[in-house]
Ligand binder design. Sequence first.
Ligand code: ZN
Length: 185
Amino acid sequence: MLTRKQHTAARDRAAAMMRRAGVRLTEREVEQMDVADFGLDRLGVEGAQIVSFFNTERVSAKVIALFPEQTLPEHWHTAVGEDPGKEETIRVIDGTAYVYVPGEETVAYGHVPAGKGDCYTVRHEVVMRPGDQLTLQPGVKHWFQAGGAGAVMYSFSSAARCALDPFSDPAIVRVTRIAEDARHD
Ligand code: ZN
């Protein structure tokens, strides 16, 4: 759960990062940004800030900002009905992002969040800088972590059904809850 203050501060910080990266955002898009703490109550360690430009029945485009060393937890995109699952291309446009996929363990620049070894099972590190992109096929586990200066990336994909995506961490709740600040606050 995030407080309203935490939510607003993260949203505004992420919007500034996205704009610095050259993304034009409307005020409405900023207001509707998904500040995701994944129900883990430590947004700066495990979390993500996501603006969805559109998500039709077939195609989706988003921009994701990660604060310095913030980690978007390990997940994968499963089949839903006739849909084989989301195919996603990540393109970094500012900062450095470490993307982790199945393969030989090569974690070097990033790190598995402390105490969460069980929840981060794929550990092949891909270092991505502006202009680098990577396509993730449906069903392939992945997680992201920003380098020390944060990261901004586009996510282009087939239709996103994020609320249904499985995460490796059983404690994760995908829909962020926001607590209104106490009146005396
Ligand atoms: Zn994904």
